[in-house]
Write a protein that binds this ligand. Structure first.
Ligand code: NAD
Ligand code: UPG
Length: 330
C-alpha cells in the first residue's frame, strides 16, 4: 500500500514526504507537473511521476502500479491575488482537476483522501478564532475554488464510500528544521518569505498592503503555522483514516494571530537586519483577520505541534532563504 502525494515536489508536499519518511513506514509516490515544484526537493529514492493530476490515464497507471490506497492532494494554484486576476484559471487548476482526480480515485478503488484546503474558505469572519462549523463564505476565487473541492469530496465520499480528512491550513511558514526543504518558489508572495528576502538584501524593500484595516495596528492578522507541524498533521490524518477513522474537516493553525507589522518587526529582530518598509494600498481579496479555533485537530487526531513559536519559524525561513540563495548561485 502506498500513498500518492500530488504536488509533492512543492513547499508543503515535500515536507509531507519527509514526515512520512521520518516516520519510517511509508511507501510514497509523488505526482507533480513541476510547475511550481522542484524535483530536488524530494529525497532521490522517492519515485516522482511528472505529469498532471487532471490526466486520468496517468493517474490511473500511477495508482495501479504503486498500489495506492490513499491520496494526499496538495497540487494546486495558491496565490490569492492571482486568483482574483485570473479566476477561470484557478477554477480549472483547483476545482476541475480535483474533480478529475477524485473520479480517478473512485474508479481505481482508492480508500482515503487527504485534501489541502484553506482558511480562505471562511472569508471575512465576524469573530476570530474561527471554528470549523462556521458557515464557509469565501471572498476570493481561490477560496471558492477550494470550497467547491471540499463539497465534491464530501459528496463523493458519501456516495462512493471512501474516507477523507479535509485540512484547512492557515498561513504556512518556516522550513524543515533539518534544512532539507523549504519554500523555494522564486516569485513567492507570502509575507514571511518576502520579509526574509528583504532582510537578506534580496529585495529592495517590503510593501505592507494596507494599514487601514479594523485591527489593533491597522494591518491584517494571520495565524502562522510551521510547515513541519502541518506535515505531521497529514501523517497522523493518514494513520487515522487507515485505522478506519471517520471522515473529518479540521483547521490547521495555532490559534494565535500576528499582524503584518508584528511579523515584520519579528523578521527584523531575529535577523538583526533593518530593511525599508513601504505602506501601500490594500491587496484585492485579503480578509482583515483570520485565526484558527485550533482545538478540534488536537482532540480528534491527537496532533501536538512542536514549532509553535514565531521567532523560530522566522529563523527557519531565514536559514532556508540563505541556503537557497547559495544553492541558486552554484
Ligand atoms: N502555502 C500556504 O500558505 C497554503 C495555505 C493554505 C492552503 N495551501 C494549499 O496547500 C497546497 C500546497 O501548497 P504549497 O504552498 O506547497 O504550493 P506549491 O506551489 O509549492 O506546491 C504545489 C505543487 O503542486 C504542483 N502542481 C500544481 N498544479 C499541478 C497539476 N495540475 N498537476 C500536478 N502537479 C501540480 C506544483 O508543481 C507544486 O509542486 C495547495 O493545495 C494550497 O492551496 C497552502
Ligand atoms: O509583501 C507582502 C506580502 C503579504 N502582505 C500581507 O500579509 C498578509 C499575509 O499574506 P500572504 O502571506 O500572501 O498570505 P495570505 O494571502 O493570507 O494567503 C495565504 O494563507 C491562506 C490561508 O490563510 C492560504 O489559503 C493561501 O494559499 C496563502 O497564500 C496579508 O495581509 C497580505 O496583505 C504584505 O503586506 N506584503
Amino acid at each position: 500500500m502506498a500513498v500518492l502525494v500530488t504536488g509533492g515536489a512543492g513547499y508543503i508536499g515535500s515536507h509531507m514526504v519527509l514526515a512520512l519518511q521520518d516516520a519510517g513506514h511509508e511507501e510514497v509516490v509523488v505526482l507533480d507537473d513541476l510547475s511550481t515544484g522542484f524535483d530536488w526537493a524530494l529525497p532521490p529514492e522517492v519515485p516522482l511521476v511528472r505529469g498532471d493530476v487532471g490526466d486520468p490515464a496517468l493517474v490511473t497507471e500511477t495508482i495501479l502500479q504503486h498500489r495506492v490506497d490513499a491520496i494526499a492532494h496538495f497540487a494546486a494554484r495558491i496565490v490569492v491575488p492571482d486568483s482574483v486576476a485570473d479566476p477561470l484559471h484557478y477554477y480549472l487548476a483547483n476545482t476541475v482537476k480535483t474533480r478529475a482526480l477524485i473520479e480517478t480515485a473512485v474508479r481505481t478503488g482508492v480508500k482515503h483522501v487527504i485534501f489541502s484546503s484553506t482558511a480562505a474558505v471562511y472569508g471575512e469572519p465576524e469573530t476570530v478564532p474561527v471554528p470549523e462549523d462556521l458557515p464557509a463564505n469565501p471572498i476570493n476565487p481561490y477560496g471558492r475554488s477550494k470550497l467547491m473541492s471540499e463539497w465534491m469530496i464530501r459528496d463523493a465520499a458519501a456516495a462512493y464510500g471512501f474516507s477523507y480528512v479535509i485540512l484547512r491550513y492557515f498561513n504556512v511558514a518556516g522550513a524543515d528544521p533539518r534544512g532539507r526543504t523549504g519554500q523555494s518558489t522564486p516569485n513567492a508572495t507570502h509575507l514571511i518569505k518576502v520579509a526574509t528576502q528583504a532582510a537578506l538584501g534580496q529585495r529592495p524593500h517590503l510593501e505592507v498592503f494596507g494599514t487601514d484595516y479594523p485591527t489593533p495596528d491597522g494591518s491584517c492578522l494571520r495565524d502562522y503555522i510551521q510547515v513541519s507541524d502541518l506535515a505531521e498533521a497529514h501523517r497522523v490524518a493518514l494513520d487515522h483514516l487507515r485505522a478506519g477513522g471517520e471522515s473529518l474537516t479540521l483547521n490547521c493553525g495555532y490559534g494565535t494571530g500576528y499582524s503584518v507589522l508584528e511579523v515584520i518587526d519579528t523578521v527584523k529582530r531575529v535577523s538583526g537586519r533593518d530593511f525599508p518598509v513601504r505602506v501601500s494600498t490594500r491587496r484585492p481579496g485579503d480578509p482583515a483577520r483570520i485565526v484558527a479555533e485550533a482545538s478540534r485537530i488536537r482532540d480528534r487526531l491527537g496532533w501536538r505541534p512542536k514549532y509553535d513559536d514565531l521567532d523560530g519559524i522566522v529563523r527557519q525561513a531565514l536559514d532556508w532563504e540563505d541556503a537557497l540563495s547559495k544553492r541558486n548561485r552554484i
